[in-house]
Design a protein around this ligand. Structure first.
Ligand code: GBH
Length: 500
């Protein structure tokens, strides 16, 4: 029998009122008791494990995400080494307005204040990344204890505030020393060194951090860093070398999975946060849905597909031809080391797709010129990707535990004279995308949590500080964090655990 919802709803309503979550409340984040105490019941089928048809499953984890170089600043403190992003961002012309991450949001010093804001937003989890060059300034060798200390303090502060830490071991800030010595990800050596670093950190934090991501978006740092030169280290390799970088990076992921398992107690979970290409069926017929699955495996062949399937698809290898990477069967075993969960960064449909009578079995439909977009040129908007991404990951890979590790949009985010940011576009974005995510959970797709990108505006890589993704507006002149209207929206969702 489905549980009777009335009691929980009343409870939520009372807390909701107490929380004072109104648009008026965005000028200062309202103080609230953030203990909603949503019980987790993993034995009950999810369909019964919700209060009403707008609810997310009980225990669904709401959170926000950031990455070290984008928020920390403090690049010369406590023995941190240089990363390829320090080098790259200081080369004139590489970053919009020649900005860099030297100060960023100064989260290195302000994490306590930020954790308070996370708590006030009712978020119960936080996804951050660890700066490899803080731990190993030269990439390997002697660890820098002051570096690990920072992440100890951060972790402890999160836990003290009832927020679960989700740690990413690589969000693109490769130690410069490894680039100089081994050409970074062009070498297998770097993959092995990454494994050692990952094992070391997991061993130090694993008594408190229960979820580790090996890497963030292998696709992005490979294609943009080594393929088209827009991201650090700014290389444009030929096809053959690029295929090898892809392979070395997925190999590094697998080696890290094994190292983390070897150096932590049971109960520590390991996964990845990959930007899944999500082909969306243009019309949801059974044929087109099948086509979207075929297309999804191929579009992710060098990344999540090889990680989950343990093989490169025939088409991937035949497209590569003589440029295919060198690899062994043993490599494939390492790359596909079993994961406890899969993290998906999803911002947009990769394509719309339909079934076709051709060898692939599908065909892509180009985006209309007038397809809605965010202020990021690359981001077309299509909320259904937040349904089809996890849904097809469940079908193709039998994923048992899925997190949306990033989702968000950039906006114009104007600060009004009275100190508000009325980002109605972001609220619309979230409502539409989360409607599709709720549809997935109602359909028994095992999505366990959602991390909004990002907690606050930050250093948006080659776009510098001009592009803003945050729930909090960053005033870069005085580093003040100002909640946008979307922060109040997200806070309400997190409190009620249902669509609003
Ligand atoms: C994520 O990437 C990152 O993990 C995160 O660090 C970042 O801040 C966030 O999204 C917002 O961008 O410039 O035309 O070559 C999202 C996937 C893939 C989107 C690369 C931008 C560059 C397109 N990104 N893409 S283009």
């Amino acid at each position: 029998m489905p549980k009777q919802p009335t009691k929980n709803q009343d409870l939520d309503r009372r807390k909701f009122i107490k929380a004072g979550v109104t648009i008026a409340g965005i000028s200062a984040v309202p103080v609230l008791t953030s203990n909603t105490n949503i019980a987790t019941n993993t034995n009950t089928p999810e369909i019964y494990n919700r209060v009403n048809n707008k609810s997310f499953p009980k225990g669904f984890l709401w959170g926000t995400a950031t990455a070290s170089y984008q928020v920390e600043g403090a690049v010369n403190e406590d023995g941190r080494g240089k990363s390829i992003w320090d080098t790259f961002s200081h080369i004139p012309g590489k970053i919009k307005n020649n900005e860099n991450g030297d100060v960023a949001c100064d989260m290195y010093h302000r994490y306590k204040e930020d954790i308070k804001l996370m708590k006030e937003m009712n978020t119960r989890s936080f996804r951050f990344s660890i700066a490899w060059p803080r731990i190993f300034p030269d990439g390997k060798g002697a660890p820098n204890l002051k570096g690990i200390d920072f992440y100890n303090r951060l972790t402890d502060e999160l836990l003290a505030n009832g927020i679960q830490p989700f740690a990413t071991l690589y969000h693109w800030d490769l130690p410069q020393a490894l680039h100089d010595k081994y050409n970074g990800w062009q070498s297998r050596e770097t993959a092995h060194i990454f494994g050692e670093y990952a094992g070391y950190v997991a061993n130090k934090l694993g008594d408190r951090v229960k979820h580790f991501f090996t890497m963030n978006e292998i696709r992005t740092f490979v294609e943009l860093g080594y393929g088209n030169g827009q991201f650090a280290p700014g290389l444009k390799l030929d096809k053959k070398a690029l295929y090898q970088v892809r392979h070395n990076a997925v190999l590094a992921h697998g080696l890290a999975v094994q190292a983390i398992r070897a150096r932590t107690a049971s109960g520590v979970k390991v996964g990845i946060a990959e930007n899944l290409d999500v082909p969306v069926p243009i019309i949801e017929t059974p044929e087109n849905i099948k086509a979207s699955q075929l297309a999804m495996r191929e579009q992710n062949a060098g990344y999540l597909s090889v990680i989950m399937d343990g093989r490169y698809t025939d088409r991937f290898l035949s497209n590569a031809g003589a440029n295919a990477p060198q690899f062994t069967g043993e490599d494939l075993k390492i790359i596909s080391s079993p994961l406890d969960f899969v993290g998906l960064n999803i911002y947009m449909p990769s394509q719309y797709v339909e079934a076709a009578n051709n060898p692939e079995g599908y065909r892509f439909i180009p985006f209309a010129k007038s397809q809605p977009r965010s202020t990021s040129e690359w981001q077309v908007l299509g909320p259904e990707c937040l349904y089809w991404g996890p849904k097809n990951a469940q079908i193709l890979w039998n994923a048992k535990e899925i997190y949306i590790t990033e989702n968000g949009c950039s906006g114009s985010d104007e600060l009004t004279a009275d100190g508000h940011v009325y980002d109605t576009d972001r609220i619309t974005f979230m409502r539409n995308y989360l409607t599709q995510l709720q549809r997935a959970t109602a359909d028994n797709v095992p999505v366990k949590g959602y991390f909004y990108w990002s907690m606050m505006d930050n250093f948006e890589w080659a776009s510098g500080y001009e592009i803003r993704f945050g729930l909090f507006y960053l005033n870069y002149k005085n580093l003040k964090r100002i909640p946008k209207a979307s922060a109040a929206y997200f806070k309400t969702i997190a409190l009620k655990n249902e669509l609003v």
